[in-house]
Design a protein around this ligand. Structure first.
Ligand code: PBG
Length: 344
């Protein structure tokens, strides 16, 4: 700012007989009414900014409210279809699918993940049949299918990288085969984006996109999600594959490598405690950046609103606007539907 514009003059005004300030710039002019504020707003949320995560279970006509995510449900496929149509009618153009695998299908190979008749594969087909224009993205990680609740194959207490990548490749191909528009690897194994991209090419899935969870941190904010899918790790934690939240430059390294390996969209996760990372990634890349406003972030707003300590609607819009302002082009959020109703 030039000094001349900042100088504050205090003069004596003869008619009013008092000191007045002459300011050459009054920043509050641009804040004085709703009209001017909306004219100069830099960040505007749109329905098509959002990716709506969907939790899917077996059965019929099931809508199970997730205890730690009040107002959010795990649906059977029939109800998932209704939800997808509802989302589309509201202007939400993308869903991200997660399934709750039956206990008896879980093992250490995760093989249910690429069962052509598995719940995920049936869900993809059902949504694409009912709502063909909806962009269907699928979570790719072994945790819902792992008897250990880890995102990879376990050998001697270690989550082994390369055999896990092989499994993730099979899983991605089976999602593409079922009709997924994008696969979204959320596992943080090394080299998985390149391996998945090559396999998609080799199998002629040249239209399938990859949204890479590139900077995914080992975070306590995933707690409610693991309730939703019954996928909490059976031993230890995820710190040998998900990132340490103390780190910033590592996020750039991970993201640039994923882009080099073929990611179409990169993601930072969680969102609110990582706005600095979203911005740095946004400045470093030339692909769209998404952010995942995760289950714990949803739960915190819901819980404090329930206590009457915070205004839920205002907290939702302020949070999502901050995430977009930080640099997210897309936001995966459990508030997608609520937000769209609030912004119209
Ligand atoms: C699976 C996965 C997780 C989330 C998305 N995909 C859980 C985890 O990594 O433990 C978290 C989403 C949320 O908390 O909303 N790998």
């Amino acid at each position: 700012m030039r000094l001349s514009l900042r100088r504050t003059l205090v003069l004596y005004n003869i008619t009013q007989q008092k000191d007045i300030m002459i300011l050459l710039r009054r920043n509050r002019i641009l804040r004085q009414s709703l009209a001017i504020r909306s004219l100069v707003a830099e960040t505007i949320l749109r329905p098509s900014d959002f990716i709506a995560p969907l939790f899917i279970d077996e059965g019929e006509n099931i809508a199970f409210e997730i205890p730690s995510m009040p107002g959010y449900y795990r649906y059977s496929i029939d109800n998932t279809i209704k939800e997808a149509k509802d989302l589309w009618s509201l202007g939400i153009k993308s869903v991200l699918l997660f399934v709750k695998a039956k206990d008896e299908t879980k093992d250490n190979t995760g093989k249910e993940a690429w069962n052509p008749d598995g719940l995920m594969q049936r869900s993809i087909k059902a949504i694409k049949d009912a709502c063909p224009e909806m962009l269907v993205m699928t979570d790719v990680a072994l945790d819902p299918y792992s008897s250990y609740g880890h995102d990879g194959i376990v050998e001697n207490g270690e989550i082994v990288n390369d055999p896990t990548v092989e499994a993730l490749v099979k899983m991605s191909l089976s999602h593409a085969q079922a009709g997924a528009d994008f696969v979204a690897p959320s596992d943080m194994m090394d080299g998985r984006i390149g391996a998945i991209r090559e396999a998609l090419e080799q199998n002629n899935f040249t239209h399938t996109g990859i949204m890479a969870y590139s900077a995914k941190y080992a975070s306590c904010f995933y707690g409610p999600f693991r309730d939703a899918l019954d996928s909490a790790p059976g031993f230890g934690d995820k710190k040998t594959y998900q990132m340490d939240y103390a780190n910033r430059t590592e996020a750039i390294k991970e993201t640039l490598m994923d882009i080099e390996e073929g990611a179409d969209i990169v993601m930072v996760k969680p969102a609110m405690a990582y706005l600095d990372i979203i911005r740095e990634v946004k400045n470093a890349v030339d692909v769209p950046v998404s952010a995942y406003h995760v289950s714990g972030e949803y739960a915190m707003i819901k819980a404090s609103a329930k206590m009457g300590w915070i205004n839920e609607e205002k907290a939702v819009i302020e949070s999502l606007t901050s995430i977009k302002r930080a640099g997210a082009d897309l936001i995966a959020t459990y508030f997608a539907k609520d937000a769209v109703k609030l912004i119209v």
